[in-house]
Design a protein around this ligand. Sequence first.
Ligand SMILES: N[C@@H](CCC(=O)N[C@@H](CS)C(=O)NCC(=O)O)C(=O)O
Length: 209
Amino acid sequence: MSIVFYFSPWSNAVRIQASLAELGTPHEVVTLDLKAGDQRKPEFLALNPNGRVPTLVIDGAPIFESVAIQIALGDRYGVEKGLWPAPGTADHLQALSWLVWNQVTLHGCTFRYMQSTGKFVPEGYQHQPALAEHFLKDALEQLRILDAHLAGREYIVGDRCTLVDIDVVAGLNFAIQVAQLDITPFPHLAAWQGRMMQRPALRSALGGG
Ligand SMILES: N[C@@H](CCC(=O)N[C@@H](CS)C(=O)NCC(=O)O)C(=O)O
């Protein structure tokens, strides 16, 4: 088994870095310099025509888009490590649902919120306070939904930590740091995030020491 992980710091690749750290799966890391345009080199475009990180090559076969990568890692390595529900189970369906919810619905509005504020892109480019307010309202509603889901639960799916928790906390930490998203009004969510950040592998992958 061989995994090559195409990575760049402060990018969407961090969520995959966190999953690989939690899984403890041996892998080679290739760091791309996105500012220098490494992602547009023909040899990389041959692996990911979209020219983005994260990208993985598993036993010689490329895979891109972090949701697809999380599912592949879960199905191949996560079940035996206890970090992913077995395919064919009700929890597996829940894992797919919350993973895609995180990246499409929650990340969709938090990312658009970040794009609409001067904190993330230069003021005057896409800095639109009315849009920022709209997307922030959307993002807070999604966080309320996750907070309600976490009431009385330790983890998002089933009764143990899965790559879904890893993916959600990685995206959320980014939004908290970059967009100063405040999760303190959501007690179940804040408690879950605190528990997640106690995990040594995750903590170290997300730069928490
Ligand atoms: N939906 C993609 C997004 C990946 C993505 O946008 N990656 C950015 C870094 S955060 C990238 O590689 N950008 C390079 C570029 O746009 O040239 C995923 O989740 O894998």
